[in-house]
Ligand binder design. Sequence first.
Ligand code: GLC
Length: 818
Amino acid sequence: MEENIVNQELLANRLIEEEEEEFHHLNNPADGIKPIIKKYLGVPNRADQLENKFYFTDGDAKVEVTVVTDEIIRVRLAPHGVFLEEFSYAVPKLEQKAIVFALHEDESEFRVSTNVVNCHIRKDDFFISFSDSQNHITSTDAVPMHWEENVKFGGYYVYCTKTCHKEESFFGLGDKPTELNLRGKRLKNWNTDAYSFAWNQDPLYRSIPFYISLNEGIAHGIFFDNTFKAHFDFGAEDTTKTSFWADGGELQYYYIHGPHMMDVVKSYHLLTGTHPMPPLWALGYHQCRWSYYPEAKVRKIANGFRENKIPCDGIYLDIDYMDGYRCFTWNRKYFPDPKKMIKELAADGFKTVVIIDPGIRVDDNYAVFKEGKEKKYFCRRCDDYFMEGHVWPGRCQFPDYTNPEVREWWGGLFDELVQLGVAGVWNDMNEPAVFGAGTFPDDVRHQYDGFRGSHRKAHNVYGMQMVRATYEGLRKLMKNKRPFTITRAGYSGVQRYSSVWTGDNVASWEHLKLGNIQMQRLSTSGISFCGTDIGGFSGEPDGELFTRWIQMGTFSPFMRAHSAGDTKEREPWSFGAPFTNINRKFIELRYRMLPYLYSTFWEHHRYGFPILRSVVMQEQDEISNHFRQDEFTYGDKILICPVLEPGQQSRKVYLPKGKWFNFWTYEMVDGGQEVTVPTPLETIPVFVKAGSVIPEYPVMQYVGEKEIEEVKLNIYYSNYEVNSFLFEDYGETFAYEQDIYLEKKFVVSGKSTVLTVQQTMEGLYTPRYESYHFNIIGLPFAPTKILADGKDVPYSIDENKCVEFKFTKNFKQIEIVK
Ligand code: GLC
């Protein structure tokens, strides 16, 4: 393909533009406007194979096609034939899993095929496309891959443009505060501290360059593993094109075949990893504030929970617990004896989580700064000056977390906090945020695990490497105990080290809606352990908004209320009756459902399922579902539709096909339709799939308050067979990595005269409770007897016609007979 005209003057002017990237998106070489030096792949004239890698070249540029699994193919471009060294923070180990693959060649194309996908390289013009085993094309280049030299920094701006189909929808991309379906949007990835962000504001705190396309009922994913400032255009500039491009690095992307969205998400997890199992308490309720201090205030809040009988596990110390905001220090005036306080809080069931930011105060009398300075652990500018900027502590320098030695040092700094009994760490401001400047200048240098680069390359991974250092350090220090970590910034793969929250949101109904979408989006983008600041960080919610947020938060994988320091009191009892009672009821529900959430977490950790699933993931063939963003399922059994408008007394809910039970009334409803559900302040629509077994704990004020003596199994009748799972283990150790856990499978199937429930178990863990309390919901007949492993068991029928009885946890088969 011909080279574009070089216009030196335009180029020189362009380079001094602040928003340079806006000028770089020009995908169509044939549109007559050619002000930029862009080069396009020419004609592929050769193919070489090296094990699972295939190389194509136009004589100068080279393209590498790697078969990763049957469903995943990676494409890389080397503009002048030299690939960058393989290194990725997102994909720590690229394991080749496909065994059968082959290269074919005919007159028109080269084709690399697995059992599931074909990657076609067109001989005429180097267009790359993908098809499934039925030869259905799912993705195709609209122009060949292209690039542009970066005169200022070296390297290239790299571009890939694919055809966008008329009804193609797009999902994913992390925390974007916009509609769930990204069709028609242009977005960028550059981690940004975005206080009180607005609807459509872009970018925010995280960079997750992974999206899912859904067209004609078939889904595929693109993971553009490039840490530079990256851009995505889903038919915004030109409705027929989807592009992704970056201001540097390599044009490297993974094509991930579906055909279901769930397959794509699972494969993405295979590449980038899943969350480790959290300590069970971290799935409880957390209370935060900027800031609870002094110690008396912290104790007052903790007592407030116990007095009001509102369950709570996590209590947070924001920046004011430190001495002059110096990380790893204590303000002894406010907290004279942190060890004693943390211990006493722990005795009452509270786990203390402390904030740690990356900015280290420049102060030669401060041990952390002194050591970091001596060991040269802080980031430097291109001419060797230290990177300095103002954050909470004043003038600061910043550790280079992309240096493994710095990560090791940082991890060790938590020793004292761990000795004091701290159970979790909250990493904030790690975009990295700098007052005034926003972030670091581009020329700051990073060690990048030996693959050195400027801040342009390291910016988006800085926060992820910080929380990695934190997590790995805590893991060592806490021995076999699971640490809890939460981070604001992140890049793909951050889920291996941390949970996230959506940052500084606002106490408004619009933000409640946004939070709902952001959590679904994060969950589909690899980050299932996520939540919003319940109530909104800045501004004042009224009781109704706060309660509606608590209700949604009950079904967020991470549940924490947080608020800025200049707002009114914001605890679940702060708004008086009737709000306190409703908030309590929902937080109690959170605790009752802990074994279900924990089992769902296991399915995420072990098998790569997202915890929250948008309705489109249930029924992707249904076009109207591509635009449904209010509802989601919590795991695969429970459908939630938060109430997102003030004063709403009822709302429409779409139930995917199948049969559902209204969680509150036990009424059975047919799916595949929209139903109108009453939504008085006391409830939100919650539906349970027929045939589900939902395990339940007794209400506890905190995890571990009571020895669990019995687990309740809520069994919803179904006339077709449905499987459910229950995962059990110690809840706080890493024994599960040595296979010490129990996976239970329940199979429910009903006929007109009998309902059968079977249980099978696998694993090495033995829970301490002895029996189940069965609660059979929606039985369409009056039972005459219940046989448990062949024995008659006594039962009762309550006012809701639920059938209740008890039997050993080791049962194999229950029959409820008409
Ligand atoms: C940032 C965080 C917020 C925190 C505050 C003070 O704004 O996003 O959660 O409370 O800093 O540390």
